[in-house]
Design a protein around this ligand. Structure first.
Ligand code: URA
Length: 249
């Protein structure tokens, strides 16, 4: 399938997700991209509505959308479908209606083997961080910028992130968490469209599409530089998130 066909198919599918989600705001340009070959990009916004299925709970409805997105990703992702070095896709996991979402970088060896995010050493530390916040892993949602393991665990390139990233953005749209914690530079830079360093980004509230976003150090970085200072910084970032979500009171 050509890249243009792929992009149009993804745009069509994104529009369908929006329709299934009920009221949403769609850039008209994106809609047109799904139907017309040479449509001009537009900044106009239109409101679309669709009745939500009554019988399904909110969480089930979101989970069904995530399942659809996972299938689409498996067959369409312009990055992952071309990568030949991974064994399992790691789409993400957790509560479809989570109040808090963590976004990491890309699967490592253990994640590639199991198909689950953050289950290696960095994952053990993330689990501790989550528990320290008074939450269980099952209550949050955990995803990555890239959903397949890069060769040699390389940091995702901008091109890779821009190809696989749209699926993460759609996961966020479906889950609509009350806050996002980005773990490390690739996730923070992608969602904030920023080129700032982690040192500059971490520790203060930012925003992604109206969702409060707290950038903090990646647990793998913390494991490499496990100093009192870095631990205190991460804990202070997480405490700000706890404060905002009313956790641990
Ligand atoms: N495991 C993941 O799933 N993501 C990371 O960024 C690191 C380890």
């Amino acid at each position: 399938m050509h890249d243009q066909d792929r992009v149009q198919r993804i745009a069509r599918q994104h529009a369908e997700t929006s329709r299934l989600m009920g009221v949403d705001f769609l850039p008209v340009g994106a809609e047109r991209a799904s139907g017309a070959q040479n449509a001009e990009p537009s900044t106009e916004i239109e409101v679309r509505t669709a009745p939500a299925p009554k019988e399904a709970s909110d969480r089930e409805r979101r989970q069904a959308l995530l399942d659809q997105l996972r299938d689409r990703h498996a067959s369409d992702c312009p990055h992952c479908t071309r990568s030949t070095t991974h064994s399992k896709l790691v789409f993400g996991e957790g509560a479809a209606d989570a109040r808090l979402m963590f976004v990491g970088e890309a699967p490592g060896a253990e994640e590639d083997r199991t198909g689950r995010p953050f289950v290696g050493r960095a994952g053990e530390l993330l689990d501790k961080m989550i528990r320290a916040m008074g939450l269980e892993r099952e209550e949050v949602y955990i995803a990555n910028v890239l959903k397949c393991r890069p060769p040699n665990n390389a940091t995702p390139t901008l091109e890779e992130a821009s190809r696989c990233g749209p699926y993460l953005l759609e996961q966020i749209r479906v889950i609509r968490p009350e806050a996002i914690v980005t773990l490390g530079k690739p996730a923070s830079q992608l969602l904030l469209e920023s080129k700032e360093t982690m040192g500059a980004m971490r520790g203060s509230w930012r925003e992604y599409q109206g969702v409060p976003l707290m950038p903090t150090f990646h647990p793998a970085y913390l494991l490499r530089a496990y100093t009192d200072e870095n631990r205190a910084k991460v804990w202070s970032d997480l405490q700000q998130v706890m404060e905002r979500l009313g956790l641990g009171r």
